[in-house]
Design a protein around this ligand. Structure first.
Ligand code: G1P
Length: 293
């Protein structure tokens, strides 16, 4: 498959599930330990070799753009105080000049519409799509595993990260039908957005990481509203699957649905427990909270 150079990050969502925290602050800036959600997801994309980061933002999201820029006053203060480690951290996270693009989704018409808003910035090449609500904890990241799997698939393949969820949760996600295995991936036979448990083709749900061919944009342009009255990406993928192969990859690692309060809190604990600087104390505090010693 052609090298995947660009990634889209849809960050226009209102974040109503986290009100009032998200009244004046984008949900993508909520921290998991000490890094905003969006930074974790950008890290995953960088680790997978992505070179251009395309953010589909909305009104009141400009702080995300600021986050990926330099902050001169802060840098000057850190230099003055001799805080070398903090300075190094900031510069290590800073994207190369010219490798970020920001465009706006002017109306909240759904994920499919948000992706379509990035069409001019992506152009005519396959691209990655990462939903910042979802974090995947794995040493090499989820997208890198997908790009690895893509190397042995057809040039016009589309790949989606999938995972098993309990039957009573499938209605919250896009769900795929499972066909023949191909290397580490499998052929997708069906895709349905948020089906009732009884209509779900399996318990394998779409995790929020995609590698898609640019032909999806023409289909998104024509896509009418689906589930929830929104223009659904999954519906356009169903249309694309009529002419191009779609594969699912059961990735390694644990995912956290940070769009939900429990997923977000669990992610904070899980990522905290992976950090040598805070894990021992965090472990002690959790034990105390749970009534242990
Ligand atoms: C979106 C997709 C869905 C996918 C989910 C993963 O839904 O439409 O197919 O399973 O992300 O988080 P949303 O959570 O935006 O409603």
């Amino acid at each position: 498959m052609t090298r995947i150079r660009k990634a889209i990050f849809p960050v226009a969502g209102l974040g109503t599930r986290f009100l009032p925290a998200t009244k004046a602050m984008p949900k993508e800036m909520l921290p998991v330990v000490d890094r905003p959600l969006i930074q974790h997801v950008v890290d995953e994309a960088r680790q997978a070799g992505i070179e251009h980061f395309i953010f589909v933002t909305g009104r009141s999201k400009s702080v995300i753009e600021d986050h990926f820029d330099r902050q001169f006053e802060l840098e000057a203060a850190l230099v003055e105080r001799g805080k070398k480690a903090d300075l190094a951290l900031l510069s290590q996270d800073l994207p190369e000049p010219g490798t970020t693009s920001f465009t706006r989704q002017q109306s909240p018409l759904g994920l499919g519409h948000a992706v379509w808003c990035a069409r001019e910035l992506v152009g005519n090449e396959p691209f990655a799509l990462l939903l910042p609500d979802v974090l995947v904890q794995h040493k090499s990241g989820c997208l890198a595993q997908m790009i690895d799997a893509a190397a042995s698939l057809d040039d016009n393949a589309n790949i989606i990260a999938v995972e098993e969820v309990p039957a009573d949760r499938v209605h919250m996600y896009g769900v795929v039908g499972v066909g023949a295995a191909k290397g580490k991936a499998f052929s997708i036979t069906k895709m349905v957005e948020k089906p009732k448990a009884a209509d779900a083709p399996s318990n394998l749900t779409i995790t929020g990481r995609y590698i898609l061919q640019p032909q999806i944009f023409d289909l998104l342009e024509k896509q009418t509203a689906g589930t929830g009255g929104e223009i659904q990406l999954t519906d356009a993928m169903v249309a694309l699957a009529r002419t191009q192969p779609f594969y699912g990859l059961k990735f390694e690692g644990r995912s956290f649905d940070c769009g939900s309060k429990i997923g977000f809190l669990t992610a904070n604990i899980a990522y905290g427990l992976e950090r040598p600087d805070i894990a021992p104390e965090l472990r002690r505090e959790i034990t105390r909270l749970l009534g242990g010693k």
